[in-house]
Ligand binder design. Structure first.
Ligand code: C2O
Length: 520
């Protein structure tokens, strides 16, 4: 392959290097959520999937490039529940010399929605794992790390987002919450959605966003209202019935620069509060997610090599005989919570990462028999087979041939509770070609497929009591985790991994492992 020194230097300069030094007392890894990681699977980051953890005192340099993505992504720890506090925005601007496909905004502001416990989140998940019950719900949500002044004693802890009359501000909204899809809205202002998950969309206007954990949405907001102060607010979209959740509201303040009162000591005049949808307002969520279209016509694979159907949902394990019923089986009716895809409850390995085990051909770390469909015909409105309630633990991957065209139906099982599951695929963007409610019907629901301009995402909210169909081409070799981005569901096993084989030729195969890859 010939290339000039110039080109070589340019390509070297475009490699991002992130050196991570672990000064914490926990193992850690960092995941670059939504980055395609083309051929650089060693930099993806999920613990025991693409690398072993960086031990306390250890370090690792993540090296990767950004190719063809523009907009908002983010990074977060991918080890236990550390991402509750270890996260940030990863913003990809247009290349120098090119511009946004919309008028240049005057300002840009990341809006990172988080979730906070008045406890160490590691203790929260350890406790849940020990008892088998649901984890404690969080105590607050945050915007850019601050709860906002609706919480007690938090008047000083409110983020101010500036705007002025006639200006446009590009808000890059990220849901980094652990376990909760969130609504987001701004009083008196319309939001024009222009992108999601680092892909542009056909602009559309709304008053409220819904983001599942993992998702990002870029919106333009115009300073076209009276010069004043307005709350922006986020709170739960709770699709699971009868499950406890954090029903508090986090706020920031959109403040016109010419507004008469300065940000922090603005006693007396409360900002204007926006209405928020009801916690279980699935109709609003559906209308919002149906509004997404790719900005351009796109190349959705029309022929399919792999036609997969994954049933995703929770389960309940009977109390194992050697467990203490009272203290270790605190799920419903003396059970322990579990979760699965196609009846397999995913277990992380602990001796090698899946990717290392694959490359070094270490036997016994994983098996390649992840099923292409559930073990029994799936119908949640019928008598759901008991076997699906008690999934089998396993470390199973599904093998995809390099270059194969994949269609995947994701179906909420509605076992234990129907729920909207934000399913995230590492290493890929995928087209969401259809969504619907009830059981996916392969005869009739194909008429709903959008093969013209479906949105390209890395996380899809599988509708509560419903399904979503995604398509992608397996053009990135490596081992790629797919999981529910509600962290408690990963803890319970709602995950699997694709193993995409190397293609033939240099640009189709995974790079060799970096020398500083943390030892297992
Ligand atoms: Cu944002 Cu596997 O995660």
């Amino acid at each position: 392959m010939g290339c000039s020194l110039d080109q070589l230097l340019k390509s070297i300069m475009e490699i991002l290097w992130f050196s991570v030094v672990n000064r914490a007392q926990y193992n850690v890894t960092i995941h670059w959520h939504g980055v395609r990681q083309l051929r650089t699977g060693w930099a993806d980051g999920p613990e025991f999937v693409t690398q072993c953890p960086i031990r306390p005192g250890g370090k690792y340099t993540y090296r990767f490039t950004i190719q063809g993505q523009e907009g908002t992504l983010w990074w977060h720890a991918h080890s236990s529940w550390l991402r509750a506090t270890v996260y940030g925005a990863l913003i990809i601007h247009p290349r120098q010399g090119s511009s946004y496909p919309f008028p240049q905004p005057k300002r840009e502001t990341p809006i990172i929605l988080g979730e906070w416990w008045n406890a160490n989140p590691i203790d929260v998940v350890r406790e849940a794992t020990r008892t088998g019950g649901a984890p404690n719900v969080s105590d607050a949500y945050t915007i850019n790390g601050q709860p906002g002044d609706l919480y007690n004693c938090s008047a000083q802890d409110t983020v101010i987002v500036p705007i002025d009359s006639g200006e446009t501000n590009l808000l890059r909204v990220i849901n980094a919450a652990m376990n909760q899809p969130l609504f987001f809205t701004v009083a008196n202002h319309k939001l024009t959605v222009v992108g999601a998950d680092a892909s542009y969309v056909k602009p559309f206007t709304t008053t409220v966003l819904m983001l599942g954990p993992g998702q990002t949405t870029d919106v333009l907001i115009s300073g076209d209202q009276q010069s004043s102060r307005y709350y922006m607010a986020a709170r739960a979209y709770q699709s699971a019935q009868n499950a406890a959740f954090d029903n508090t509201t986090t706020t920031a303040i959109l403040e016109y620069k010419s507004a008469p009162c300065a940000a922090k000591n603005c006693s007396g005049s409360k900002p204007i509060m926006p209405p928020l949808p009801a916690y279980n307002d699935t109709a609003t969520v559906t209308a919002f997610s149906n509004s997404f279209r790719s900005r351009d016509k796109v190349l959705v694979p029309t022929d399919i090599d792999e036609n997969l159907f994954f049933a995703v949902g929770l389960g309940l394990n009977n109390c194992p005989p050697n467990f203490n019923k009272a203290s270790q089986c605190q799920g419903p009716n003396g059970t322990r919570f579990t979760a699965s895809m196609n009846n397999v409850s995913f277990q992380l390995p602990s001796t090698f990462s899946l990717l290392q085990a694959h490359q070094l051909r270490v036997p016994g770390v994983f098996t390649t028999d992840f099923p292409a469909k559930p073990p029994v015909q799936f119908d949640y409105t019928g008598n759901v087979s008991r076997s699906l309630w008690q999934p089998v633990p396993g470390t199973k991957v599904y093998k995809l041939k390099y270059g194969s065209r994949v269609q995947l139906v994701l179906q909420d099982t509605s076992i234990v509770t129907p729920e909207n599951h934000p399913i995230h695929l590492h290493g890929y963007d995928f087209y969401i070609i259809a969504e619907g409610f009830g059981n996916f019907n392969p005869q009739t629901d194909t008429s709903k497929f959008n093969l013209v301009d479906p949105p390209l995402r890395n996380t899809v909210g599988v509708p509560v009591n419903g399904w979503a169909v995604i398509r992608f081409v397996a053009d990135n070799p490596g081992v790629w985790l797919m999981h529910c981005h509600l962290d408690v569901h990963i803890t319970w096993g709602l995950a699997m991994a694709f193993l995409v084989e190397n293609g033939v030729g240099e640009l189709q195969s995974l790079e060799s492992p970096p020398a500083d890859l943390p030892p297992c």
